[in-house]
Ligand binder design. Structure first.
Ligand code: DP6
Length: 407
């Protein structure tokens, strides 16, 4: 997007503005634990599915102008502190790469724009209260948008990683691995695409948003305590994850759902076992989460095959992976066992055909229904990586570089 790159003629009082979007990702092999807190280097590799931006995305506008007196940041309509160290790392790193690129490529190019202050405005298309991890999409979007503004191309996952570890995986669409790397400077701790989003079109994702009473321990401090106290974490990182990364990659390449699903569930369970092995223990799953786990196992057992998988991050929400053919029945099963207040909006996202659940299946599952344990379901699928938003009417900042009133 050459028009957005700061060129000499931009050295006016006009602001230069770029808007981009980035996706959420959900790990099937979990990242948990850092070997370097500042550079955000993990103790194990991880692998995730990038979710479609039609349902879940962050939009970020970055403007820069010689008249701006300080860097400023607005998140979901509220001004926030720009001096957070991780945000500063990303800004510093992109500016460094931009300078490097210009001095490598064309020493005659004006770099004055790089010293201008920036205004950053970022919004999610999903409620923050839903408790869905927004830092991955948020930092991926920030880094991608800053790179566009300053004309930086090439590998950016190692910059996004310094905002939030899981953000490096949101820099690509489809199926993405984050290789932990070995170097102390982190230069080899990068994300790359295993397969694009078009590889497995039958794969579908259901986010079951669980009604939670309070905010759990954040992942940054949670994983720090796990590294300090859990011996299971070390065993997992050294002896379990390397083999699982290979098995998972192969299951995805072969589109072997049963293998993919079983590994996904086992890895989620081991991550939560590591949390329980942490001292003091960390509880991310609640009663509803555990009921979802039971429901999935009973459903699969009834059919004598693995049709549905669950995974949970640092909170009680369940993310379900399944295949297109089973989506409508499984949604109906969830609605039967977790009846939701019928304001008509319990199902968001991709349309799901209605179907009936047989008495035989209900009896085989044999659980007592629990009202309002799940607030709503978002139905989605794998999707592409960050994108440029070409339509200028979608900028989140006005021509003065302040958040638009309507946003
Ligand atoms: C459970 O990326 O949020 O979602 O690097 O400290 O920002 P920081 O942590 P973060 O951790 C994500 C943990 C997880 C598992 C995963 O996404 O792999």
């Amino acid at each position: 997007m050459i028009s957005s790159v700061i060129m000499p003629e931009d050295s006016s009082h006009k602001s230069t503005m770029v808007t981009c979007t980035a996706p959420v990702n959900i790990a099937v092999i979990k990242y948990w634990g850092k070997r370097d807190e500042d550079l955000i280097l993990p103790v194990n590799s991880s692998l995730s599915v990038t979710l479609h931006q039609d349902q879940l995305k962050t939009t970020t506008t970055v403007a820069c102008c010689r008249d701006f007196v300080e860097d400023r940041l607005w998140l979901n309509g509220k001004e926030e502190d720009i001096n957070q160290p991780r945000l500063q790392s990303c800004l510093r790193e992109i500016r460094r790469l931009a300078r490097k690129r210009r001095s490598d490529k064309d020493s005659a190019v004006d770099v004055s724009g790089l010293s201008y202050k920036v205004h950053i405005c970022s919004n999610n298309n999903f409620p923050t209260a839903a408790g869905l991890a927004s830092s991955a999409a948020g930092y991926a979007c920030l880094v991608y948008t800053l790179a566009r503004l300053f004309g930086v191309e090439g590998e950016l996952s190692c910059v996004a990683r310094q905002g939030s570890g899981s953000a490096c995986r949101s820099m690509y669409g489809g199926f993405v691995q984050w290789k932990m790397g070995e170097r102390e400077d982190g230069k080899d701790s990068l994300a790359d695409q295993v397969e694009p989003e078009t590889h497995w079109p039958e794969l579908r994702v259901l986010v079951l948003v669980v009604s939670a009473e309070r905010k759990p321990v954040g992942s940054t401090s949670g994983m720090q305590t796990s590294v300090e106290t859990s011996s299971l974490l070390k065993y997992r990182a050294d002896s379990v994850v390397p083999g699982r990364m290979d098995e998972m990659t192969s299951a995805i390449r072969r589109k072997d759902f049963a293998a993919f699903a079983e590994l996904t569930m086992k890895d989620s369970n081991q991550f939560h076992a590591t949390c329980l092995d942490t001292y003091p223990p960390i509880f991310y799953l609640n009663d509803v989460s555990r009921r979802v786990i039971n429901l999935v196992h009973r459903y699969n057992r009834h059919y004598g095959e693995t049709r549905v998988a669950y995974t949970f991050d640092a909170g009680p929400n369940a993310v379900i992976y399944t295949l297109q053919d089973h989506v409508s029945e499984f949604v109906q099963v969830v609605c039967h066992f977790f009846p939701m207040e019928s304001n008509g909006q319990f199902l968001k996202g991709l349309p799901v055909a209605s179907t009936t659940v047989s008495e035989e299946l209900k009896n085989a599952i044999g659980m007592e229904p629990l009202s309002n344990g799940i607030s709503y379901i978002i139905s989605t699928k794998a999707g592409p990586g960050p994108r440029d938003e070409e339509d200028p009417s979608l900028h989140l900042l006005d021509s003065d570089g302040l958040p638009k009133k309507t946003v």
